[in-house]
Design a protein around this ligand. Sequence first.
Ligand code: ADP
Ligand code: MG
Length: 140
Amino acid sequence: MATERTLSIIKPDATRRNLTGQINAKFEAAGLRIVAQKRIHLTKAQAGKFYEVHKERPFYDELCDFMSSEPVVVQVLEGEGAIARNREVMGATNPANAADGTIRKDFALSVGENSVHGSDAPETAAVEIAYFFSGLELVG
Ligand code: ADP
Ligand code: MG
């Protein structure tokens, strides 16, 4: 499988509880390299643009409020099959369904406040990485 890059976000419920390092340790233990990372505080409009694909979903407004409520850590993870591998490490969207040892099983508070975002396909990964990082900031 080819080396890939994926966009990850450590969400406000996790930054608030000081879990950035523990979450990053799970990525690194799974063979994912953090090749770019920064802590930012999104505006609601910036969160809304990022999650535009979900704008018809009933939880969209709540999701945008949550993602702009406190700082997030946006990061680019690199590795073999990084997109799928990251989704495995994250666990299911709803922590009640997440496998043991996954980030969401260990840390998520609810289906909404679920600690991490990860891109779901190569096309979305490319768009999402470009939303937050310039080429100069990606140091493999
Ligand atoms: P994932 O983050 O696992 O890719 P989705 O893309 O389906 O999941 O949803 C994006 C985000 O929207 C989720 O991570 C979660 O924060 C929020 N979300 C999804 N489903 C719900 C829901 N039923 N109620 C509240 N928030 C939700
Ligand atoms: Mg998704």
